[in-house]
Design a protein around this ligand. Structure first.
Ligand SMILES: [Zn+2]
Ligand SMILES: [Zn+2]
Length: 492
């Protein structure tokens, strides 16, 4: 058992994955050089339809407004600077940011639309006891409004942001003080959960792993969230959640921040939309009858700029989270089985990429080409992620040799060399049939690997990152298997 260094909190790692999956231009199925019309993915928030509040067409880009030294109005006080080398969306493909002016246009940014994706219902329960308010959610939206994940189905969007995530339920409990106290000095925010909405979804702060403005850079769904692997989250307040104003028009409560103070919607007293200038450096203010509270704005830092109370007075737990005391979460990894699992899964994914590489010269089937594009994105993003874990400090390297013998047993669903050779020479419908059959077996094999792993080692419990990844693989592969099975049934 090895305790992972705190500099990689689980959330920052998860954050790295999907929030900011680096984009690989898909090599199949997309005509290069064609200008892409994204207008069918635009949204028109009511917030942007009036003259109150920030101007949606030229919002201040938050990239330059992260500080690690001291809190300041309009800035995000972060515990650590971003990592410029972290993967992220492809800036060359972002058309809605005016880099020279340092602004971005919310009305010209694409959002993942709704579709057939329908995870289990969201849940939230709030109870109070002994001065502690406990909020338990399953991290899926209670109102059921979520985009059509995975985004890899949308070539135009995944070319910008390669996020392969598929949201799945994770139980999370926040225990926070009912009567929080304003601290003498505000605290910095870390990547990962800074609070939770009454819609059952956790809130992250304003930035991605690069330290950039996540709302400006990353593609989220039209309901405001996106997954880091399976962990769905909001970086700003979806405006529909700000729907129950108080009698004077002041927005109602929409969630709680980890220090125990409430988060309210976009409007202050008299129902007037707020800007950073109306709020303090932590993005809150103090007025009756609410006392101190935070507000959402549609400009960076969107939710909070720092913790006005004490975030460490809260305990934040889930089936997969533990000690969160020093702003980072420590956890343990059973190093050997995890490394072996990841190495096996990389080899497994690599074979899927080998199959995908055959598609352009072997078929004219448009469906197959679309499958190939999605596979290329998800399998290569996941390989990068697994390599990052193996090579970085995240999963320490010890006794790797001990487990190498297990790999064969861990890799069901891989194609024999003979079968691959057949696939290499097949053409047209024959290729399509063999490709689909092989890819279905391959995907089922990956799910089987997950089950074998879990059977042998149990849920990793505290190794949140890997557990989430395993959930993600199950969800993503399951969706693709169902889709490919339908395609196979339609083949002549
Ligand atoms: Zn994110
Ligand atoms: Zn207020």
């Amino acid at each position: 058992m090895i305790t992972i260094s705190k500099k990689f909190s689980w959330l920052s790692v998860c954050f790295l994955l999907a929030c900011d999956a680096e984009v690989n231009q898909p090599e199949v199925g997309e005509e290069p050089g064609e200008p892409v019309d994204l207008s069918s993915y635009f949204i028109t928030p009511t917030l942007c339809g009036d003259s109150e509040g920030p101007t949606c067409t030229s919002l201040r880009l938050g990239d330059a407004y992260l500080t690690t030294t001291s809190p300041a109005q309009g800035k995000l006080f972060a515990c650590v600077a971003g990592n410029a080398g972290a993967p992220g969306s492809n800036p060359a493909r972002i058309t809605w940011i005016d880099w020279a002016a340092g602004t971005w246009n919310l009305l010209a940014k694409p959002f993942l639309p709704s579709g057939s994706f329908s995870p289990q219902s969201g849940s939230v329960s709030v109870s109070e006891d002994g001065g502690i308010r406990s909020i338990t959610v399953n991290n899926l939206p209670v109102d059921g409004r979520i985009g059509d994940w995975p985004m890899t189905q949308y070539a135009a969007l995944s070319a910008i942001d390669g996020n392969p995530g598929v949201p799945a339920a994770t139980n999370v409990t926040f225990n926070i003080p009912i009567a929080p106290v304003v601290s003498v000095t505000p605290s910095c925010t870390s990547l990962g959960a800074i609070g939770v909405t009454l819609n059952g979804v956790v809130l992250y702060n304003a930035v991605d792993a690069r330290g950039n403005d996540a709302v400006a850079h990353e593609i989220v769904d039209e309901f405001g969230g996106h997954p880091a692997m399976s962990a769905y989250h909001y970086h700003f307040l979806p405006e529909r959640l700000d729907s129950a104003p108080m009698s004077d028009g002041h927005s109602g409560l929409v969630g709680y921040i980890r220090d125990g103070f409430g988060l309210y919607g976009y409007d202050g007293e008299g129902g007037v939309e707020l800007t950073n200038a109306d709020l303090d450096e932590c993005h809150g203010h103090d007025h009756s009858p609410l006392g101190y509270h935070y507000h959402a704005t549609i400009e960076y830092p969107y939710t909070i700029g720092c913790y006005r109370g004490d975030p460490e007075s809260a305990s934040f737990s889930s089936v997969r989270t533990v000690d969160d005391k020093a702003g980072g979460i420590s956890y343990e990894v059973k190093t050997e089985p995890v490394r072996a699992f990841l190495k096996g899964m990389i080899a497994h994914h690599q074979q899927a990429l080998d199959m995908v590489a055959l598609v352009p010269r072997s078929t004219y089937g448009r469906d197959i080409r679309e499958v190939a594009v999605r596979m290329h994105i998800t399998q290569s993003e996941e390989i990068k992620l697994m390599q990052y874990w193996l090579n970085g400090d995240v999963i320490p390297d010890d006794d790797v040799g001990v487990v190498s013998g297990d790999q064969d047993r861990l890799m069901p669903g891989m194609l024999s060399e003979e079968r691959m050779a057949k696939l290499r020479t097949a053409q047209g419908d024959d290729f399509d049939r063999l490709f689909l059959q092989s890819m279905i077996e391959h995907h089922k094999g990956a799910i089987e690997m997950v089950h074998v792993f879990l059977e042998r080692f149990g849920s990793l419990g505290e190794t949140i990152v890997v557990d989430w990844f395993i959930d993600h693989i199950k969800a993503e592969q399951g969706i693709e298997v169902a889709r490919m099975s339908r395609m196979l049934a339609r083949l002549p």
